[in-house]
Design a protein around this ligand. Structure first.
Ligand SMILES: Nc1nc2c(ncn2[C@@H]2O[C@H](COP(=O)(O)OP(=O)(O)O)[C@@H](O)[C@H]2O)c(=O)[nH]1
Ligand SMILES: [Mg+2]
Length: 245
């Protein structure tokens, strides 16, 4: 089979409740994206990157990939968002890679990101929940967490954007060396990717998104704090001083 034009990578963890419906809706919705882009033949693959789920997510993902030729899936051991996303990106074959989340599957972001990347106006598009024009319907505490992480990245690493976690899309060839240089896993892999891309002089464009989650996040925010703080210290160290984690 010839390689797809676009790879959509979605890390999934304990998502048996919404996985099938979200993937089906995404695949159906891509027809409207093709139409809007005047690209009826745009070939898309979806890569479900599972690790460590304790429910039936990995079996369901494997079923979906048997049923739908455009879906692939893999499962790795321990729960680790960054590791799953990184591996998914490395497995992607499309010239353009979109990193999505199963509770978002934001087709409006896909369309707008593809418009920019197909016109080569940038190397990477980041969907921001916090910039002017964005709308974020998550609870106050989680919106505040986004602001705090962003503030830390600004102070520690001179980051000039408004968001690093969540939706992004990029030119695979341009970003591959950056992905390979990344050393942080878990939540902050996504931040490392965006920050390294900007620091390497790649053209990173932020666009506002309207964030509406299909379900409340499973992972407790407070439980994530120690990991995020440790990741932040490591990220600062490896980027500022080029050290090993
Ligand atoms: N593979 C993998 N995916 C994860 C993990 N944690 C979260 N995800 C996925 O990452 C996406 C976003 O997770 P979510 O719980 O909504 O957290 P949020 O990023 O704070 O909104 C969803 O598709 C989740 O299934 C993990 O440990 N491993
Ligand atoms: Mg979410």
């Amino acid at each position: 089979m010839s390689p797809p034009d676009v790879s959509i990578v979605i890390p999934v963890y304990n998502e048996e409740g919404i996985l099938r419906e979200a993937v089906t809706e995404l695949l159906d919705g891509l027809d409207a994206v093709r139409k809007a882009l005047h690209a009826p033949d745009l070939r898309v693959e979806v890569i479900l990157a599972e690790n460590g789920s304790r429910d039936r997510t990995s079996e369901l993902a494997a079923h979906l990939s048997d049923e739908r030729p455009e879906v692939r899936s893999f499962s790795l051991g321990e729960p680790n968002y960054g590791k799953a996303l990184r591996r998914g990106i490395l497995e992607a074959r499309g010239a353009i890679v979109i990193c999505d989340e199963i509770d978002l599957c934001d087709l409006d972001f896909h369309r707008r990101a593809l418009e920019h990347l197909r016109h080569h106006d940038c190397d990477m598009v980041v969907g921001s929940k916090a910039m002017k024009g964005a709308s974020d319907q998550r609870p106050l505490l989680r919106r505040a967490a986004t602001r705090v992480i962003n503030g830390m990245l600004r102070v520690a690493l001179d980051f000039r954007g408004t968001d690093t976690h969540g939706l992004k899309a990029f030119d695979r060839r341009a970003l591959l060396p950056i992905v390979e240089a990344c050393v942080i896993d878990r939540d902050l892999f996504a931040s490392e990717l965006v920050i390294r891309a900007s620091r390497a002089g790649l053209r990173v464009l932020e666009i506002p998104i309207r964030l509406h989650e299909k379900r409340r996040p499973a992972i407790n925010l407070v439980r994530r704090v120690p990991h995020v703080l440790r990741g932040m210290a490591k990220l600062t160290y490896v980027i500022r001083f080029g050290g090993k984690p």
